[in-house]
Design a protein around this ligand. Sequence first.
Ligand code: NAD
Ligand code: DAU
Length: 375
Amino acid sequence: MRSVLITGGAGFIGSNFVHYWLAKYPEDRVVCLDALTYAGNLASLAGIAESANYRFVHGDICDTPLIEQLLREERIDHIVHFAAESHVDRSITGPDAFIQTNITGTHSLLKAAKGYWLGGEEGAPKEFLFHHVSTDEVYGTLGPNDPPFTETTPYAPNSPYAASKASSDHLVRAYHHTYGLPTTISNCSNNYGPYQFPEKLIPLMFIHILEGKNLPIYGDGKNIRDWLYVEDHCRGIDLVMEKGRRGECYNIGGINEWTNIDIVTLLCREVDKRLAANPELAARFPNTPINQGRNAESLITYVKDRAGHDWRYAIDPTRSNEELGYKPVESFETGIQRTLDWYFDNEAWWRQVMDGSYRDWIDANYGDSRGLLGL
Ligand code: NAD
Ligand code: DAU
């Protein structure tokens, strides 16, 4: 039985990972630590009861004494580190939180893990692992004919977000190299699926279609991203933790490159198709274009480009494929259908995220959230 600390477990990928881990390893103890910033949502963990094998802790990864206390109290032997500020646009308008959480916060965790695991303390676990969840954005941008990113592609982060993640990757590497801390890093491409905060491309476009709002396409819409269903990312992390060489990095991706405009067009057509086939469903969304005699593509609006917008990301997953046997299970066609099913079935989840009622609930249950949000 492992005792696993999952940071950022109330966020998009972290919450999917908590569900994945508890289902696959019910004998493990899972401690989920999250600061519940605007991106964290306890509703994403609904249905998981506090029990002998699950505990939620509301706290900040920058709070080193809290981390040290948790490691000891729970005899943590695995840390899976998702907690981060994750949205590129926010990092352009307000980089400070990214430096604080992504760099200082990661260092706080590494420092606490090193102290507890390598400090020779009686009762501390003998086998342990620090897994750091990172991104393909650390490698920078690709041109149309460049080969996809491998684990040896030089780091060239372009946004404050990517630079802060690159920094945290370097700290993890340094703690392995200098102190011998057992670490692994996964660098993954763009994820999509349930529980994704609707500031990211796919859920934002989906909700705007239903509400009849413009679909803002940055620049010419020709930028390319490499998309992976979130559960396939969780499977990849699990494999890296189980079989990955300590001190190594593994790229995770599904060889699934799409331009932004093609993704948005696909979403428009899929949503229109579902609503046309199901009048009861369509009636739930009076402002959606199909109810006004138009198609969803009529909402597409080209807007000013993102500053420093990376043109293309693409992952070469050869190492994780050959060394770990990693292969995504979900195709893009099935992954998008599952995602649409989930968002149609979980309107209450995204409504409370959009209308701020969730923040009110956090304030009522956890005290004033504004400090956490830096407001
Ligand atoms: P997210 O923004 O949805 O969730 C981040 C979570 O971290 C939230 O629950 C938030 O409350 C929590 N958090 C933020 N600051 C914290 C702090 N100081 N202390 C404790 N908790 C804090 O992010 P996501 O999209 O789920 O990404 C998770 C991780 O995966 C990130 O490290 C990100 O860099 C990486 N990643 C994301 C993608 C993607 O496509 N979304 C792809 C590759 C890698
Ligand atoms: O590649 C992995 C990264 O993917 C993760 O590390 C990040 O945490 C995650 O946010 C994501 O970053 P992106 O910037 O690629 O994702 P985002 O959903 O913000 O944007 C995807 C693409 O769509 C990007 O080229 C910008 C564009 N876009 C995005 C939004 C929100 C638009 O054209 N319009 C929009 O409204």
